[in-house]
Ligand binder design. Structure first.
Ligand code: ZN
Length: 277
């Protein structure tokens, strides 16, 4: 877990990395750090699924996570109680999209999708000027996609055989090809297939959410060779059906994260600011 101190302009003064062990071990370290920093408000961008419904008895809880020690843990409640300051709480990916619309390249846009592709796949969604919550929060990494006929990998999501995360996350790449993504840079077929799956998911988001920009972050997206192939594939799948400036200028529409991998932290600064208002 990254803990950081900064201000409402997005400036980060300092940050530390605390390994995610169990709540009993990790929470005291986090609380000590923020107590010492005397923060006025806190923003928490949390792995999920989490309960964001303020009317729910389990608001602020991490719910059915595969990180079992953290299952049903009231993280926002504990931080509010011990730090005695306002606490904003959202998903890690919603925090990242908030960072990009507040401080980054998506400033001024009111509908933006931020997708992270790394150890898992998740999407933060900002629609009509606000973070999308709804029944729970978006779990857009688990949308179903069509597996290519020449792909014999069965997918590694324990819940779905052919979901986006199961076929295209970093661990899925490693399992399918027997090597980590960073060691496969020169293998074109790896990135052709990866871009195919990413483009399928993005097209679904484009047609459903009508975002004005799609930002791709996370470890796998450091493979910059993916971007031109993804843009080409999205255009092919849309097949001329959508005719907007954004789709015409795909290089400004499907873009890498702009805040040097600090988009999540900066989004949390904004979450904290909003909580303290
Ligand atoms: Zn899944």
């Amino acid at each position: 877990m990254v803990c950081a101190v900064g201000d409402e302009t997005g400036k980060i003064f300092e940050q530390v990395f605390i390994p995610t062990k169990t709540p009993e071990k990790t929470m005291p370290e986090i609380i000590e750090y923020f107590t010492r920093a005397k923060v006025e408000a806190l923003g928490v961008g949390c792995f999920g699924p989490i309960d964001l419904n303020k009317n729910s008895a389990t608001y602020g809880y991490i719910t059915s996570t595969p990180k079992l020690a953290w299952k049903n843990f009231n993280i926002a409640g504990m931080l509010t109680k011990t730090l005695g300051c306002p606490v904003g709480f959202d998903t890690d990916v919603n925090s990242s999209v908030l960072g990009e619309v507040t401080f980054g390249q998506a400033k001024g846009k009111n509908s933006v999708v931020y997708l992270t592709i790394g150890t898992g796949i998740g999407a933060g969604i900002y629609i009509g000027g606000d973070l999308l919550h709804g029944m729970l929060h978006p779990e857009a990494g688990h949308v179903l996609i069509s597996k290519r006929a020449d792909d014999s990998f069965e997918g590694n999501c324990p819940y779905h055989k052919n979901c986006f995360e199961g076929l295209a996350s970093g661990p899925a790449i490693e399992k399918r090809w027997g090597k980590k993504a960073v060691e496969l840079k020169e293998k074109e077929e790896v990135w052709e297939l990866e871009a195919d799956y990413i483009a399928q998911a993005l097209t679904g988001y484009i047609l459903t959410l009508s975002p004005q920009m799609i930002i791709l972050g996370g470890g796998v997206m450091h493979q910059e060779q993916l971007f031109p192939i993804i843009r080409k594939n999205v255009k092919e799948i849309l097949n001329g059906y959508i005719k907007t400036e954004e789709i015409r200028h795909m290089e400004n529409y499907i873009v890498p994260a702009s805040l040097h991998d600090n988009q999540g932290i900066m989004g949390c600064l904004e979450l904290g600011r909003r909580a303290g208002m």
